[in-house]
Design a protein around this ligand. Structure first.
Ligand code: ADP
Length: 831
């Protein structure tokens, strides 16, 4: 490819033209004849700073008298001269000893006088000569020299070397623009190694001594080797140069390109009249920033960004990013605040009108408002944390507080937040960066003093991307949150006027540092009676309203509502209850819209038409008292649940196996229960020898749900004893309590939830540790009324209540939930 281009160029080349025309004259000049000693005698031309090689056509600029005389003499006789390079180019009149001993016999053409007074001749190298003597020195020197002949032999290795040199030479030519491309074409067509070496040496950039050394190397292969080394060195330098050059060039090119494109864009924009719109937009933005309520340093920041925008063409990619940023600064509330309504009567009315029950929570909120009223801003706002199962009114009570105070309400969920950046935002250098959830929620709230509800604070995650909990600590800390630092916003943001309310299903997973900041208000869940009241006072009216059924006045009698609660929901809160009510309402609304007749009352008997078959029906088989099966009650995040515990005895070697995703603490607890049984074997009339021949298998069903904790201790002990003694366990009795090796019953947590779960499941009796007595005040009246609560200190008392005497008396059946469970119950159980 390159060759072709070069050939074409060469054909048109002026250089080739002129050179060949002038060179033609040179071909007429004959080489000097040899005398009998095989020597030639020629005028001598000393060259200051160049080496002429055989075959090469070179222009020479002649100034010195002796040189002119030598050339004139040669021209006159149409003969050659010998050109030899001076060792020191500075010398004006070098003696023979000041010249290199090897030179070139050259033919010189006509002398041309140049406009600047110098004289130029064209010279063509003929053959290498070695000077052996001097014939005359004045008026110009004539020397005797021995021509050097090259062997025409070309070994294969030399052939390969020639190719390699040619390749290097090509690279050199490509890299060095100063070298004539034609030289490569010439080189390609030379098939004598010595000549090729001469051509390359005369073309590339070389120091004078190096060139002379090439001239003095008579063996063609050696000469070519020398040249190839020199070529390699030259190439290194060229490559380095080229690299630097292209780096510089790239930079220049880019700047030029950008400049050019910008100019073009300007031209296009002004042609389209867009430049004006852009300027108008900028002016508008500037005015907006200037007129906004942001603090001065934020305004300064925003204006700086607007100025940056002004220096950019409207379509530059950064424009969008900067605009979004300025918009955020404009949109986040900086000053707008609502006036607090601290009227206690009003607050009490709002809370009462929207929520049934929850006396503790309501009281605490009213106290809070009272203190605010008195302390007027001097108070450190405590952070309230609502803890309880789903659907117990945490969110809606939060909304009511905001309404009572006349504040805006906004919530954000922390569930699954693992990355600190979700709280604090990403730096703007990130593509698609945005502020964190706190600032986003503040923008939604639109005031600087909203009530922010941080949901699911117990579900906050943590991973390698930083700890969101520590960012949250900063948000909640009154010492720090007046200057909250969002990575995106970059400027400080004041969160100190915000009322924070957090919610959680359980306190357990909340980091202690966070727990310390919060005041916990518990939402334990509701008993059936409470649910009835909530449904009739709040849920039904709301659903009728939402489904446009108010005019019909659709009614849900208590019997229907109980049926929904018992057979269609199984929960501590009322979320599913509300959903089922909504379900019924929607179906009725649809009938109405379709012009069909609609009922005004929903009766228990018609319920299945709207809600399908009941989802929680008592299962007959489980209603009977059995040997080795005990009803435990457990705490779960969803509020509490019953948990059957089964023991089976098998022939074996005294192994104890416990299954059903049971944690370590619970396993130890099973061991303790067994040890207690063994220690009491005699009293309980169990033959001790049986233990060695029996394998015990304890299973806690719903194996998919992990369970742990010490409070199943008495249930496991009871089940074991029932199994070994053959005494049936009463199904209607639920129990919870930790057991010691001596059979003492220790207190446990989550009493309220457990009692409510027992109540919900329709048990008749709950066995609790005596020490938990104090927790009973929190248990709703209905549950305490319906349930017999047995407070015990020792296992003996447990057995008395829970087991039938050895001669079984058939117990009354009790209602038990069984067939399925609400999804919310699929959470870890704690005994
Ligand atoms: P949580 O935030 O605890 O999961 P929600 O506040 O979302 O529960 O409550 C679910 C639904 O139940 C809401 O519609 C709420 O108004 C209603 N609700 C819960 N508790 C009560 C109550 N004590 N009085 C009136 N409505 C309630």
């Amino acid at each position: 490819m390159l060759e072709k281009v070069l050939r074409e160029r060469l054909a048109r080349s002026d250089f080739a033209d002129a050179a060949s025309r002038r060179a033609e004259e040179l071909y007429d000049v004959a080489e000097a004849e040899l005398n009998e000693d095989g020597l030639i005698e020629c005028p001598l031309l000393s060259l200051r700073d160049l080496v002429v090689f055989p075959h090469m056509v070179t222009p020479l600029f002649v100034g010195r008298e002796k040189s002119l005389a030598a050339i004139t003499a040669a021209n006159a006789t149409n003969s050659t001269v010998i050109a030899v390079t001076q060792i020191n180019p500075e010398q004006d009149d070098p003696a023979i000893g000041d010249l290199y001993p090897v030179g070139t016999e050259i033919a010189v053409g006509r002398m041309l006088r140049m406009p600047d007074g110098t004289t130029s001749v064209l010279a063509q190298g003929r053959r290498r000569v070695e000077i052996v003597g001097v014939k005359q020195l004045e008026p110009y020197p004539i020397v005797r020299a021995r021509p050097i002949y090259e062997s025409p032999d070309k070994p294969r290795a030399t052939e390969a070397l020639m190719r390699a040199v040619l390749a290097l030479f090509e690279k050199c030519i490509n890299l060095n623009r100063a070298l004539p491309e034609e030289a490569y074409v010439f080189a390609m067509n030379i098939d004598e190694p010595g000549w090729l070496a001469d051509l390359v040496a005369s073309t590339i950039t070389l120091e004078l001594p190096d060139r002379q050394a090439v001239l003095e190397t008579f063996d063609p292969t050696l000469r070519l080797q020398k040249v190839s080394i020199l070529l390699g060195k030259e190439l290194d330098v060229l490559e380095l140069e080229n690299q630097i050059h292209s780096q510089v060039q790239n930079e220049v090119d880019r700047n030029q390109r950008e400049f050019y494109l910008r100019e073009q864009m300007k031209a296009i924009q002004s042609e389209l009249g867009e430049g004006d719109t852009w300027n108008m937009e900028l002016t508008e933005l500037r005015e907006k920033v200037a007129g906004s309520e942001m603090p001065d340093e934020v305004r300064k920041r925003a204006l700086k960004e607007v100025e940056r925008l002004g220096q950019m063409p409207p379509l530059a990619p950064e424009v969008g990013i900067i605009r979004t940023y300025v918009d955020w600064l404009l949109d986040v509330p900086w000053k707008v605040a609502t006036e607090d309504n601290l009227d206690l009567k009003h607050a009490a009315k709002v809370l009462e009108s929207q929520h049934f029950g929850l006396p503790k929570a309501k009281d605490r909120i009213l106290e809070y408002i009272a203190v605010r009223q008195l302390a007027k801003g001097k108070m450190r706002t405590p952070i309230i944390c609502f803890v309880g199962p789903p659907g117990t009114g945490k969110t809606s009570l939060g909304k009511s507080i905001a309404e009572a105070l006349g504040r805006k309400f906004a919530r954000l969920s922390l569930g699954g937040v693992r990355d600190e950046a979700e709280i604090r935002g990403h730096r703007r250098t990130y593509i698609g960066a945005l502020p964190g959830r706190i600032i986003q929620t503040m923008r939604r709230a639109g005031t600087v003093n909203p009530l922010l509800m941080l949901d699911e604070i117990d579900k906050l995650g943590q991973d390698f991307r930083g700890d969101p909990a520590s960012a949250l600590l900063e948000v909640l800390d009154p010492e720090q949150n007046h200057a909250f630092n969002d990575h995106y916003l970059e400027v400080d943001y004041d969160l100190s006027k915000v009322i924070f309310v957090t919610t959680a299903n359980t306190l357990g997973p909340i980091p202690p540092a966070l727990q310390d900041r919060m005041e916990v208000i518990e939402f334990p869940g509701y008993v059936e009676e409470e649910k009835l009241r909530i449904a009739s006072q709040f849920l039904v009216p709301r659903q009728l309203e939402e489904n446009g059924l108010k005019p019909i006045g659709l009614s849900f009698p208590d019997s229907t509502m109980r049926r929904i609660i018992q057979s269609y929901t199984y929960e501590a809160g009322v979320r599913n209850l509300e959903r089922e009510i909504a379900n019924v309402c929607r179906k009725v609304a649809r009938r109405k819209a379709e012009g069909k007749t609609v009922p005004t009352r929903i009766t228990p008997a018609t319920l299945h038409k709207y809600l399908g078959p009941p989802q929680y029906e008592p299962l007959e088989a489980e209603k009977r008292d059995e040997v080795g099966v005990v009803t435990g009650v457990a705490w779960t995040e969803a509020g509490g649940d019953t948990m059957p515990i089964e023991v089976v005895l098998l022939l074996g070697k005294g192994n104890l196996q416990i299954t059903g995703q049971v944690g370590e603490v619970m396993q130890e607890s099973a061991q303790a229960a067994l040890s207690f049984l063994k220690s009491r074997a005699k009293t309980l009339q169990v033959d001790f020898a049986r233990f060695e021949k029996t394998d015990i298998h304890i299973h806690i069903p719903e194996g998919a749900i992990p369970k742990d904790g010490p409070s199943a201790g008495i249930s496991m002990a009871t089940a074991l004893i029932s199994a070994f003694t053959g005494r049936k366990a009463r199904k209607e009795v639920g129990m919870t309590g930790e057991i010691t090796l001596r059979g003492k019953v220790l207190p446990i947590g989550g009493v309220k939830e457990k009692v409510l779960a027992a109540h919900r499941a329709g048990l008749k009796t709950v066995i609790l540790p005596k020490k938990n007595d104090k927790d009973l005040v929190d248990v709703p009246k209905d549950a305490r009324r319906d349930l017999k609560i047995a407070l015990v200190e020792h296992m003996d008392e447990v057995l008395e209540v829970a087991l039938l005497p050895a001669k079984a008396v058939k117990a009354k059946t009790t209602k038990k939930k069984t067939t399925g469970k609400a999804a919310s119950n699929k959470t870890k159980k704690k005994m």
